[in-house]
Design a protein around this ligand. Structure first.
Ligand code: NAG
Ligand code: NAG
Ligand code: NAG
Ligand code: NAG
Ligand code: NAG
Ligand code: NAG
Ligand code: NAG
Ligand code: NAG
Length: 631
């Protein structure tokens, strides 16, 4: 697949204004890392699930996930989501009628935020499965048909084709296998789901194909995990009748990102050796960031880990992405890698505000009236935002050696090219485990010569341990309080986005960065574009959501492709239509489409508008004005 996209930039030069001086292989870089997930807390039971999913915390968590730049995260996998569906009655023909209202509400909200669900067929169908063991296959087939058809009619094919349908999560794990699937029963279940989805996609002229993913397995020894291995076996024996389109598995590491890759590779090697025909099936590792240690092999998302708090976790996510990219290019086993997913959309709880496997730190403010939740974005959240700014073509990872043999710096070069535009985006970070940088200065010639017909401008942003590091502020300046006050929260939020390290007009085709000055780990993004790049598009759908009295969370949508050239956003506010507009985001670097407005000296009722600034400080149009009235 990939090999055929081999492109030499030098060969791409209908670029009038640049001539490339380096021949390098660039490959189409698919966004394979834009998926996250969580499991709702509490009982796996409809009423609990409904109230949990409607809770302020979860709603705000999802809103924040959606408030990353365009397509930084696209899919969210929520275990047991289909338990929201209620059985009502059978039709005279014996077909179940379900009440989808609660699921509809949730799906519509998600759709408004431009997020797609990963729909796992994990439910007991509100009890009717237990009562009708003899028609299980029929019930599953009908159910997957009803789910897909309903949302196809509701939202249209374009959206629902982006959804991911998946079989039962980790069916071999007793804690999940609540239906007590046998091998035979499980295979029947998967086949029935496939049939239902196929029927739902059936059209007279051109049928739609809804992909089914599975078996979301750990794939431990075959006698311990017979269900998942059995599925591979039947796919191998009749590949053209294999019910799944994407093979999903969960492989974890022991602290280092390289372990995850190795463990993944070992699994694939074993699976392909046994079942050679399944090599053609795309693969997806869904729990890449799920590390455990020798000492604590069952550590889950809630087990606190130091490194989850700060830039270390952000760097790990990037290592995982880069290693998968490298493997996709270089290793036969990973050629068909479709996606990876980070299971990190959970909500942390006291006293592990920062240290659980989450994108955000969560503070439940029990000491205030009303009790409410405050979220701080962790560096891992910012790292996803940075990744979304990579170009559409990228090289393999390049390692710049440092003095020690193990040490080095990783460089991922990406570009987007069109007609006569250039967008260059380089991601740079110390190789995993590198700590010693001496006085290293990164110096690279950029792959073009400057011309007099174009101005090039750049932006350098960085995440740095101890600096863009809200947990560090919380520990060192806020005494690890469970209830940070307004000032402490503002300080943490100032440190939650990448820091603007440098920006300006490029005067020579070179990049210099004194890297020895940064405290590792750090993640640096260097972006460059020309003054011919289009003006930023107007931000859309400005949304205001109350956090608490006197505090509001703003988020908006960026137009596709627009965010590459974005340096920062500005948020403007007026109290009355007759009063003056004030820039309320002065001194904030806002590379992502959200802002928490919590003025210490004024009210938040009034009117808001936002706009973007590009590398040349050219401004987009303002968004439409949105009024906020506190209730
Ligand atoms: C699965 O087995 C457990 C233990 O044997 C039992 O308690 C439970 O009711 C069974 N569940 C179903 C859906 O049959
Ligand atoms: C197929 O049929 C649908 C309506 O059923 C129509 O909207 C669509 O344009 C048709 N597509 C083709 C390729 O004919
Ligand atoms: C706030 O109250 C909830 C519910 O009583 C409790 O679970 C939580 O631990 C409390 N949080 C803090 C920070 O005290
Ligand atoms: C590189 O390592 C050598 C030996 O380990 C040492 O003598 C030298 O000073 C190092 N260079 C720098 C720039 O630190
Ligand atoms: C990482 O560093 C630790 C401790 O310095 C070392 O034991 C380990 O082998 C290193 N791992 C890699 C992959 O370099
Ligand atoms: C490191 O850089 C500093 C400031 O740039 C300089 O003063 C110092 O001599 C350098 N040290 C080495 C070993 O190169
Ligand atoms: C750009 O302009 C300068 C001064 O006008 C001139 O010396 C130089 O040759 C020009 N460069 C190119 C590549 O045309
Ligand atoms: C870009 O800059 C060049 C050099 O100053 C200028 O000639 C050109 O008109 C500019 N283009 C745009 C679209 O601003």
């Amino acid at each position: 697949m990939l090999g055929t996209f081999l492109i030499c930039l030098a060969a791409l030069v209908p670029l009038k204004n640049y001539s490339y001086t380096i021949d390098e292989s660039y490959h189409e870089l698919p966004r394979f890392w834009t998926s996250t997930g969580f499991c709702p807390p509490g009982d796996i039971e409809r009423h609990n699930l409904k109230s949990v999913l409607n809770s302020d915390e979860i709603q705000m968590n999802i809103l924040q996930i959606a408030a990353l730049p365009n397509a930084a995260l696209t899919h969210i996998r929520i275990h047991w989501l289909l338990k929201l569906v209620k059985f009502v009655e059978y039709t005279p023909a014996g077909v179940p009628v379900y009440d989808f209202n609660d699921l509809d509400t949730f799906i519509v909200d998600l759709d408004d935020l431009e997020l797609s669900p990963v729909i796992e067929f994990m439910t007991d169908l509100d009890g009717i499965l237990m009562d009708n063991p003899d028609i299980e296959s029929f019930l599953w087939q009908d159910f997957s048909y009803q789910v897909a058809k309903r949302y196809l009619n509701f939202l249209g094919a374009e959206k629902v084709l982006k959804w991911r349908f998946e079989t039962w999560n980790e069916p071999d794990v007793l804690n999940y296998n609540r239906l007590n699937f046998t091998v035979e029963g499980f295979l029947k279940y998967v086949t029935a789901l496939r049939k239902g989805l196929t029927t739902a996609g059936h059209r007279l002229n051109s049928s739609l194909h809804f992909t089914l993913r599975g078996p979301a397995g750990l794939f431990k020894l075959e006698n311990k995990h017979p269900l998942c291995w059995a599925l591979l076996q039947i796919c191998n024996s009749k590949i053209d009748q294999c019910p799944i389109d994407v093979l999903t598995y969960h492989r974890k590491g022991q602290g280092l990102a390289t372990d995850v890759l190795e463990s993944s590779r070992q699994f694939l090697e074993k699976a392909y050796e046994k079942y050679a025909n399944i090599r053609s099936i795309p693969i997806s590792n869904e729990e890449t960031l799920y590390f455990h240690s020798e000492a604590d092999p069952i550590a889950g998302w809630s087990t606190p880990q130091d490194y989850h708090e700060d830039v270390r976790y952000a760097a790990k996510l990037i290592y995982i992405v880069l290693l998968h990219w490298h493997s996709k290019l270089q290793n036969a086993e990973f050629k068909n890698l479709e996606t990876i997913s980070h299971d990190n959309a959970f909500i942390s709880y006291h006293p592990y505000e920062f240290s659980q496997r989450t994108l955000l730190a969560h503070f439940r403010m029990n000491n205030s009236l009303p009790v409410h939740s405050q979220f701080i974005q962790k560096p891992v959240y910012a790292a996803l935002g940075m990744l979304s700014k990579l170009g559409s073509l990228a090289t393999d990872i390049e390692t710049l050696p440092l003095n020690g043999s193990q040490s080095g710096i990783w460089l991922l070069k990406s570009v987007s090219v069109s007609e006569n535009l250039l967008y260059l985006s380089w991601l740079i970070l110390p190789k995993e485990n590198t700590t010693n940088f001496e006085n290293f200065t990164l110096h690279r010639h950029l792959p073009f010569v400057l011309s007099n017909n174009t101005i090039l401008a750049y932006v350098i942003e960085i995440l740095e341990q101890g600096y863009t590091d809200p947990a560090h502020i919380w520990r060192t300046q806020a005494g690890e309080t469970p209830f940070p006050n307004a000032k402490q929260r503002a300080e943490m939020r100032h440190a939650q986005t990448p820091r603007l390290q440098a920006s300006g007009v490029l005067t020579s085709p070179e990049l210099y960065v004194a890297i020895g000055d940064f405290q590792p780990p750090w993640i640096l993004l260097f972006r460059l574009c020309s003054n011919f790049s289009s003006i930023l598009k107007q931000p859309k759908k400005l949304l205001l959501r109350q956090v608490t009295t006197g505090e509001v969370f703003l988020s908006w949508r960026e137009a596709e492709g627009s965010s590459h050239y974005l340096k920062t956003y500005e948020v403007w506010f007026q109290t009355k239509t007759t009063s003056e507009w004030k820039l309320v985001s002065e001194n904030w670097h806002l590379p992502f489409p959200s802002f928490q407005f919590a003025p210490m000296d004024s009210f938040v009722n009034g009117f808001y508008k936002v706009r973007g600034l590009d590398f040349f400080n050219r401004r987009s149009e303002f968004s439409e004005i949105t009024e906020y009235v506190e209730i």
